[in-house]
Design a protein around this ligand. Sequence first.
Ligand code: CA
Ligand code: CU1
Length: 527
Amino acid sequence: MSAVLDTHGHDDHAHHPTGIMRWVTTTNHKDIGTMYLWFSFTMFLVGGIMALVIRTELFAPGLQIVDPERFNAMTTYHGLIMVFGAIMPAFVGFANWLIPMQIGAPDMAFPRMNNLSFWLLPPAALLLIVAQFTPGGGAGVGWTMYAPLTVQAPMSMDLTIFAVHILGASSIMGSINIITTILNMRAPGMGLMRIPLFCWTWLITAYLLIAVMPVLAGAVTMTLTDRHFGTTFFNAAGGGDPVLYQHIFWFFGHPEVYIIAIPAFGVISQIIPAFARKPLFGYTSMVYATASIAVLSFLVWAHHMYTVGMPVEGQLYFMYATVLIAVPTGVKVFNWVATMWRGSLTFETPMLFACGFLFLFTMGGFTGLVLSIVPIDVQLHDTYYVVAHFHYVMVAGALFSAFGGIYFWLPKWTGKMYNETLGKWHFWLSFIFFNMTFFVQHFLGLAGMPRRIPDYSLQFTEFNVISSIGAWGFGLSQLLFLYIVVSTIRSGKKAADKQWDGADSLEWTHLPSPPPYHSFETPPVLK
Ligand code: CA
Ligand code: CU1
């Protein structure tokens, strides 16, 4: 008998689970990364269907397909599912796949905890979906779950609170894993200022998550005790204050925006150098700019609540602090453009998504600046302008970055090459339909159409029709993405040994020495 016995005397090979049990019990960072990415895509479709319910109702004034309660539940769970189920897990998937490979570690620091981090997600997602079908329907409280409405919401609110707790626990465990891996498991000789920028962005994001997820947990726990245990944290009649909820929520909520955006910055910072055939411009300033954005993100939360009746000094402080974030963000955009400057640019699908990101995310940043100005925000607060703004940040920012990253690393992950023509189709369809959906919403907001409303006045009809057609186009375009990925896995052509000429920030692991500065030493030349 030649079986390999492990330290407990077990036959290692005999106990290797196969089939579904392989995925349930896996501690391999690549398996877990893959599961995160597929989970994320599934939630993207679920949240997307909810978005299409919203946009279909808004195709015409008057009520056609859903009642107002259902509509409000749709906006709520669309937001929660997209933020916590689709975007965040997508970037944790990238972290699992890339961080160990980029720093030369055999796996994540705590592989079993890594497994648990992932497997907490499906039950939480299930709670958010099942909430729609509980007595009273989904809670139409908005993804921000503002008090005092949450205190009166139906029992689905309790499912939602439990889901948020589970998601938070998962994020915190994932963050502990990422921080420990990056700080302790780098290849010998690899200083922190030599790790690929994607690792830096996740290191910073993980600290943000550990700082703010407990704050969100606190906010929803106080909501829970207000609902069931007679406390009055958010009830003025008992000495509490509903505005307190908003302060706590946005102390989590604003850093959350950067928890989503910063790993997206990391992916873009890996893609652009590869297709410009130049090292990343200003690596050090990128690291410091990212860290500054993270620190500033804790100091601006009340720009979401200018209209609650805060003193003008408070409004001024939060306005100036918010505007300050444009400085490090400008540094990053400058560095990305400078990386492209005089490079030998080519525009394969990952680069198209990176450029789409750069253009549209910057636009979302500018409308954010517009909203940071108090007198303007007082006019635009809770209008479709805000909806347009944050969808430029979330969809054209985070989602386009994730698409770019998937096309960029798919050859490495699967050993197969996707269909470049179809990839470009996916980009252009997404780009055009995204703008068709959301650009017009700026005009709706400026004209005064409120957000989270199932019906609207006649004068808003034309732009809503355009937006709804755009949304269906965008949604259907994502089926093309699914087809591209599945057909790559099943029948894609074999990828080149060094796809993107080895500039995918992972190739250094074939070398005997630690990775060169900026991911690669000499700019690779395309044949
Ligand atoms: Ca309607
Ligand atoms: Cu904010």
